[in-house]
Structure formats: structure tokens, C-alpha cells
Design a binder for this molecule. Structure first.
Ligand code: NAD
Length: 316
């Protein structure tokens, strides 16, 4: 059975890449984990540290290397890039990371046969789209981590508020991972009951609609708060990546709000954006046409339009 486990390459051994490698090692999902970073010393140091804990975790081959080690990789997770500098515009950050991706993607594909590419670097939706265009891979094999993290944050905060196991909450954040994302309250349930009804019957909330909106605003602000406090977010994104990876590796068919190419979704096409999608050994093989309310449709369209506006400014 060991040989059926995949080889996973992680590009970028910074906060997110190294924490994902650690979480992956603990999960026991991978046969081989290779860390690739232009800062070779950093990647080496992270691998030494990880390997020293191996006898306490699962047998896994973990090493630092160059892009040639993408050969035979089943999944390549891309966390490499530059972080937004103070006063840097979103468009300038995008252009900088697109140029990083123009180097990285051909370097991966020079060696890897037909991998699944999982994009994490921000702005994740734009870079997922660029990865798709640069790689020429079929759209099911190019996935962005999208709003999986945002959705996990939402479930956690609702669970705290409503005092209920987050596993019993079905609620998704869709759209862009960032400013224009939106919660789909019209489809959200707790224990099979519409969320607003649950809140008004079983919690002390006086105005469930407003209080849920406030929870969503806190979710949106949480990355900013964490970055102010500790400089980066790493644990929850790493676990989100393990969840996506597990669904691919074990062919679990989990429905996750990953960023994927959509075609004629409420009339919107040719953009990578998050909607609940079925993730399995083929990557994303299906995305769900949700029954969005009129207001949600408007917000989703606005989110897609704001991504398209940025895409238009980029030379592929
Ligand atoms: P980091 O600066 O700690 O790590 C980035 C690493 O990429 C660095 O080690 C750098 O040397 C490496 N790198 C840069 N260019 C490279 C290249 N051409 N080839 C190989 N390596 C290269 O940053 P981080 O905190 O790990 O964040 C990584 C990315 O993940 C950022 O874009 C961040 O915004 C994003 N992120 C996304 C989510 C999400 O939900 N999608 C969540 C958290 C972070």
C-alpha cells in the first residue's frame, strides 16, 4: 500500500509551504515530500527539522531539491511568491507574482508529467487562472485553495456563536478569496435547519441576519488581524491544504469551495473563482450550480467582474 501514496512537491518553503509540509508529514498522506525554494538554505533547513521528527510520525521521504524533483510528482502545491509590500497596489502585487509564476510553471512542467497543480499564492484566483493558461493543463487539474480557508473560519466563528459543532454547519463563502467574497446564507444550514431559523429558535440572537453579517465581516478581517499580530497566517491554511490534498489522494469526493474555472455560471465564464466543487483523484470534476438569491447572484457577479478586470491588465 505504501507505494500507492503520492509524491507531493511544494514550491515555496516559507511560512505556508513549510507548515503545510509539517501538517502533511503528520497526516501520513504522502510517500515523498519535496520542498523547492529559491532560498535553498531555507528549504534544506526546514527539511532537516522535519526529518528529525520522522521517527515520531509516518515514514515519508522528505528532502529539499530543485525543480528536477518535480519528476513523478502527483500533486504540486505552489506557495512561492512575494508578499504585498506596504503601499503596494493589488495590481502591482499581481504583476510581480504573475512574473514569478511565468518562471515557476514551465519549470514544474519541464519535469512533472501530468500533475495536479494546487495554487495557494495570492491573489490566488488570478494566479490559478494564470497557471491554467501558462500550463495548458486541463482545467480540472488546476485548483486554487480559494475560499476553503475563509469557509473554515466562517464555520468556526458560527460554531462559537451558536455553540454547535462546526461539523454540523453547512455554510460556504464563495467568490474571490479576498475583498469581494460573499457568504451564501440562502443555502446555509445547521443540523439540516436553515441557519437564520436555527439562530432565531435556538440562540439568544435578536437579529440573526445582522449578527450573521457581523460574523462574516469578522471572518473577512481575520487574515489582516493575524498578520498584524504574528506576520503571516500558516496553520489554518496548511490544514485547508491537507483537506484538499486528502480529498485528491483518497478520492474522497469532498465538496470544497476551491477556485476553479467556471463556464456559464449565472452567465459568467472564463474566470477562476470559488464555488463548492467536488474534489477527487481527477482534481475538480464538478462544480455545483447553487440556487443563489438575487442579491447573492449580484454579489457573485461583482466578485467575478473584479477578478476579470485585473486579469485584463495582465499579459499572459
Ligand atoms: P513567505 O514569504 O514566507 O514564503 C514564500 C517563499 O517563496 C519564500 O521562501 C521565497 O523564497 C519563495 N519564492 C519566491 N519566489 C520563488 C521562486 N521563483 N521559486 C522558488 N521559490 C520562490 O510567504 P508565505 O507566508 O509562506 O505565503 C506564501 C503565499 O501564500 C503568499 O502569496 C500568501 O499571500 C499566500 N497565502 C495564501 C492563502 C490562501 O488562503 N490562499 C493563505 C495564506 C497565505
Amino acid at each position: 500500500m505504501e507505494s500507492l501514496k503520492p509524491k507531493i512537491a511544494i514550491i515555496g518553503a516559507g511560512n505556508v509551504g513549510s507548515t503545510f509540509a509539517f501538517s502533511l508529514m503528520i497526516s501520513g498522506l504522502a510517500r515523498e515530500i519535496v520542498l523547492i525554494d529559491r532560498n535553498e538554505l531555507l528549504a534544506k533547513g526546514e527539511c532537516m527539522d522535519l526529518n528529525h521528527g520522522l521517527s515520531l510520525a509516518h515514514p515519508t521521504k522528505i528532502y529539499a531539491s530543485g525543480f528536477e524533483s518535480c519528476e513523478d510528482a502527483d500533486i504540486v502545491v505552489i506557495t512561492a511568491g512575494v508578499n504585498r509590500k506596504p503601499n503596494q497596489s493589488r495590481i502591482d502585487l499581481t504583476k510581480e507574482n504573475v512574473s514569478v509564476f511565468k518562471d515557476i510553471i514551465p519549470s514544474i512542467l519541464k519535469y512533472a508529467g501530468n500533475p495536479i497543480l494546487l495554487v495557494v499564492t495570492n491573489p490566488v484566483d488570478i494566479l490559478t487562472y494564470m497557471t491554467l493558461k501558462i500550463s495548458g493543463l486541463s482545467s480540472n487539474r488546476v485548483i486554487g485553495s480559494g475560499t476553503v480557508l475563509d469557509t473554515a473560519r466562517l464555520k468556526y466563528m458560527i460554531s462559537e456563536y451558536c455553540k454547535v459543532d462546526p461539523g454540523n454547519i453547512h455554510a460556504y463563502i464563495i467568490g474571490e478569496h479576498g475583498e469581494t467574497e460573499l457568504p451564501v446564507w440562502s443555502n446555509a444550514t445547521i443540523g439540516g435547519m436553515a441557519i437564520e431559523k436555527y439562530c432565531s429558535v435556538y440562540t439568544q440572537l435578536k437579529d440573526a441576519k445582522n449578527e450573521l453579517s457581523e460574523i462574516f465581516e469578522k471572518v473577512k478581517d481575520s487574515a489582516h488581524q493575524i498578520i498584524e499580530a504574528k506576520g503571516a497566517t500558516n496553520y489554518s491554511i496548511a490544514l485547508a491544504l491537507v483537506k484538499i490534498t486528502r480529498s485528491i489522494v483518497r478520492n474522497e469526493n469532498s465538496i470544497l469551495p476551491v477556485s476553479t474555472l467556471i463556464t456559464d455560471y449565472y452567465g459568467i465564464s472564463d474566470v477562476c473563482i470559488s464555488i463548492p466543487s467536488r474534489v477527487n483523484m481527477n482534481g475538480v470534476d464538478q462544480y455545483l450550480k447553487l440556487d443563489l438569491s438575487d442579491q447573492e447572484q449580484e454579489l457573485f457577479k461583482h466578485s467575478a467582474d473584479s477578478l476579470k478586470k485585473i486579469i485584463k491588465t495582465i499579459d499572459i
